[in-house]
Design a binder for this molecule. Sequence first.
Ligand SMILES: [Fe+2]
Ligand SMILES: [Fe+2]
Length: 439
Amino acid sequence: MGAVAYLPGQHDRAKLMRYDTAVILKRFFFVEESLVISQAGWLAGVGTMEAKYTLARHMWEDSLTGDAQRTRVFELRYPSRLMEIGDEEPLMRLVNEARNAPSGLAMVQSLAQVFKPALLAAYRAYLALADGIGDGPSIRFMELALREKEAQITELEGLLPVLREYHPEDVADAEAWCAEIARRLNAMGGIGLDPVEAKAGDPVTLPGREPFALAQIPERDRRFRQVTYYWPDVVDPTYPYGDGMSLQIRSAISHLNEVWAVETGGALLHAFADELGWEFVLDAARWTYDESRHMRMGYERLMAWGYETAELPLGTYIYMAAYNQDPIYRLGSLYFFETKNIKRKPERIKSFTDFSDDVSRHDMDFDWADETIHAAYGTRWLTKLLEVRGEAKPDPHVVRAYVGNLVDSMVAKATDADRAEIRAIADHIMTKAQKIAGA
Ligand SMILES: [Fe+2]
Ligand SMILES: [Fe+2]
């Protein structure tokens, strides 16, 4: 009798087994999640318009990649619903530590030159080994994630020159910061298909770190006019919201000034990620990305009409109203101030139709659709947060009243000089609008 014989089982398709695949995707998820939180927290701390809307989109893309990875881990480990860090702890200590970057430039540079390239390489390695038959459902979203990471790296590199120009004093520290993270990541074997080679519990504190703190005064794009109140009607009840050309301008200025909503969305994602969990992170990432699209709608309309950035006001009063306050009030401000005009939007859409202003109509119409989603986010997460905090009768209206008072007291601080300044800016914009329209 010969030895028991079997058919050969060696095959390229069998390189990654089900359990290995789940372990690897879980590692990727934790990295994506951490980077989403880092990008969100830093939105108020990076100055350029392009950096704000680029990071907001990237973190939304990353949140969807993370969500697909997380869902797939649950499928592969069914019925387990555990997502424990376990062996990934040393890697995650380093990825989380990167949030304590010494500057916005250092944070963006670490994404551009360390973390996103490391994820790109890891995703390439994964796709090179994964089996299109056994693991087909993963391959679709991993291929998309790979393409997005490639594009993100190029876009992030494109942000660096202006960030360096704004803060030349941060350039050397940012270089050192990224070199140190890269060195430590390489020493662990990178973000790969195998667990990192480091002992659990090793503390990671990088030289030059600044413990993360939300920018209470937002960093803004210096090409724009820096003001507190972005239109005269905010501080002067006799100044009309306007109709006709005034409404076209007012609406675009409102959209542009949703910069505060982008910063606020990021701030609350970062603040409540641990307390409210992944489902909240996913909603908040989309919410923040939407606000960045609204900001960009105004920016692009005003540019297309022929305005220069130096003519356009960027105001801080709503963001600053929550200065050093509990971030629950930032959640409240995003919910209430962004949705309070929701009922007026259909009538504005009709006005833009009457003016044959297709682009304002288009933007307002898509904005309206987003706001209906945001109203649901606001109710859901504000109520949940109050519950988590042990409120016996969670009532978002209490938060609404407090936020209203914060903003009212910010408006009450307006001086005659503030009123004169924004009036002059608005008069110039309206005079130019008359010229552009040939009126
Ligand atoms: Fe918005
Ligand atoms: Fe919104």
